[in-house]
Design a protein around this ligand. Structure first.
Ligand SMILES: [Zn+2]
Length: 285
């Protein structure tokens, strides 16, 4: 996970682009009649997201005489459509992730825009830029139409939740197997507010981080074994431990990355540094 700056586009500008492109005069009239109501979602969303209470944003099935399907179609016809009038907004948000790295997992490549609060449950937020987040296939698919019914059920929001990344809340432990693998779990600081502890646990589960972290970390063990064997021959357990700590410290600024968490777990396991690494399978495939 990592944070992103909020999109620079306003809901007012995006909605105007959509309305200007609509040919159905009746729909244009109905949208214009509720324009201010739709736009009022922007300060509301910003306030609740800043307060960590997106669970309080109401779910609406329509906006005045504009139906849920018509609101959702604004997104699919004018933002995500290749030649949509507001496609530039879609592209800018999708491309805002450095190196196209998914901000929800820091593993997958961005492939979609995820509606942080799903458009099927919040159709009036379907084109709200603050609710549009770049995401990888895996995270987008896992999140689907999930939405927070309580404050503790809110997943990590890259535009608002920097405070959830200041300390480590993911841990790993060695399962000796065979095959030897790392198992990841959520261990938030006990002094955190209960809601934040619940939130990171929810994010871990919803985005399937146990699976994606495990896949990456365990694929990395085979080449690591070759390295550690050489180090052990020369400098014993202390050389192995020093190497693992050095690798961990390269990721000091991302304490919840699979890399930091993995090396932390391996460096602090005395069985592993004293030769347990020999139990790593020579190939995982
Ligand atoms: Zn992802």
């Amino acid at each position: 996970m990592y944070t992103l700056n909020k999109p620079e586009f306003t809901l007012k500008a995006v909605l105007t682009s959509c309305i200007d492109a609509i040919e159905d005069a009746d729909l244009v009239a109905r949208l214009n009649a509720v324009k201010s109501k739709i736009e009022a979602n922007e300060p509301l969303y910003d306030r609740e997201a800043t307060n960590g209470r997106l669970d309080l944003v109401p779910r609406n099935t329509s906006v005045g005489s504009v139906t849920k399907e018509e609101m959702v179609a604004l997104y699919s016809d004018y933002l995500s459509a290749t030649r949509g009038a507001a496609r530039a907004v879609y592209d800018a948000i999708r491309n805002s992730a450095p190196n196209k790295l998914c901000p929800l997992c820091s593993i997958g490549s961005v492939a979609h825009i995820d509606h942080h609060l799903p458009k099927t449950k919040y159709p009036d937020l379907s084109i709200l830029p603050l609710n549009l987040v770049p995401a990888c296939n895996f995270c987008n698919d896992k999140k689907k139409a999930r939405y927070p019914k309580t404050a503790g059920e809110q997943t990590f929001h890259p535009y608002y939740d920097a405070h959830l990344l200041t300390q480590r809340w993911i841990s790993a432990k060695i399962d000796r197997g065979p095959p030897l693998v790392l198992i990841f779990s959520v261990t938030p600081p006990h002094f955190w507010p209960t809601t934040d502890q619940q939130r990171v646990a929810r994010h871990f589960t919803v985005c399937g981080l146990g699976t994606s972290y495990g896949t990456n970390a365990n694929a990395n063990l085979v080449p690591l074994k070759r390295r550690l064997k050489k180090l052990y021959e020369v400098g014993g357990a202390s050389a192995v431990q020093a190497h693992l700590e050095e690798e961990r410290d390269c990721h000091y600024d991302k304490p919840n990355s699979w890399q930091y968490v993995s090396f932390q777990a391996l460096a602090t396991d005395s069985w592993f540094v004293n030769g347990g690494f020999n139990e790593i399978a020579d190939s995982h495939i």
